[in-house]
Design a protein around this ligand. Sequence first.
Ligand SMILES: Cc1cc2nc3c(=O)[nH]c(=O)nc-3n(C[C@H](O)[C@H](O)[C@H](O)COP(=O)(O)O)c2cc1C
Length: 360
Amino acid sequence: MTHCTFEHALAEAIQLARLAPSSHNCQPWTVHFDPVIHCGYLAIDQRRKLTGLPSLEREMLLSCGIFFHFLEQLVRLRGYPLHWRWCDAQEQQALAGEDRALIRFMPGPEQPQQQSAFASLSEQLQQRHTVRSAYRNTALSAQQHSELNTLLKPYPITLGIYYQHTHGKALAKLTQTYAGLDFANRAAWRETYSYIRFDERRQYEDGFYLHNLFGPVSGGFKTFFKVAFHPRLSGLNKLLGLPGKMAQGLAELVEAGPQYLALSTTKEGDEALFRAGLGLGAMWLRLQQWGWAMHPISVLVQHDNARQALAKSLSQAELPVFFARFGEPNESGSPAPRRHWQSILVSDTHGQVQPRTTGR
Ligand SMILES: Cc1cc2nc3c(=O)[nH]c(=O)nc-3n(C[C@H](O)[C@H](O)[C@H](O)COP(=O)(O)O)c2cc1C
């Protein structure tokens, strides 16, 4: 591509940034752009955000931060560095509809494109998947550790790295103790279950298939899971001890590590969480460049008691906002569904919102 307008670069970037990871793959972001004044907002789409637990608000901000990190890199490499700032409380409510504006952005003066860097970022974004299966025992080198610390310097984040041989057993025990909380809170489990896609032949725009969570699964397993974990049958599945078995399976994966990372923010508030998301996006991509992957274990940061126990077990003064096992996976993950990019981009002229072409 020799020259592209900012509008074109933005649309193209959204098509790739939508591959960003988000909790339950809910993709809570939306971009309002006014082509007349050349200014846009990144917002949380209130209809898409998770609400099953109050702590999920943190994950929505982190997820939007990751998305915006990808978007910002992509348009910059197409020659449009973005200027942006956090919206004040009044501006957050200024968008038509129910979207909550997080940041206001506009393109800076056009610069030369970086075609090969764009192509390689695009490739990384398409290859990156959450990997929930076994990882190799490849250890994080001192150089990689220092690379991650340097990468995260611009963000309000403290990064803690922990190892299987020192923390594996304790973290597995924590997981075994608390992972059942995923199923214990009715509203939260109902919401999680609503994102599980049982029909692999259908195209969805969000959520995950069972093979995204467990790898290849049989038809029998799918039917069993669909019925046994149905939120209306929570009494039955407790009776069968299923939450405990799921917790044990996750605990075994956690115990295998081989490494863990915990992020906490160095500042309070939503802006810090969003900026932490930018850093998390940068780190997720760096791992991808190494051929590594992450498996977030968010149940340990979503409930106050689990979060405090996690901080204690990691000897951290601050409560983590994100926790994951990571390393070099044996196998790559599989692509999860995504929304169409046109349902993310809203053309917003003089406050008159053009309806999205698709979306829920
Ligand atoms: C803030 C955040 C929390 C997440 N928590 C979990 C989690 O607890 N367990 C899990 O398996 N995946 C978790 N994920 C990964 C998402 O489920 C995943 O990004 C989404 O399904 C899309 O899949 P992909 O990353 O393979 O593209 C989390 C992702 C983010 C951004």
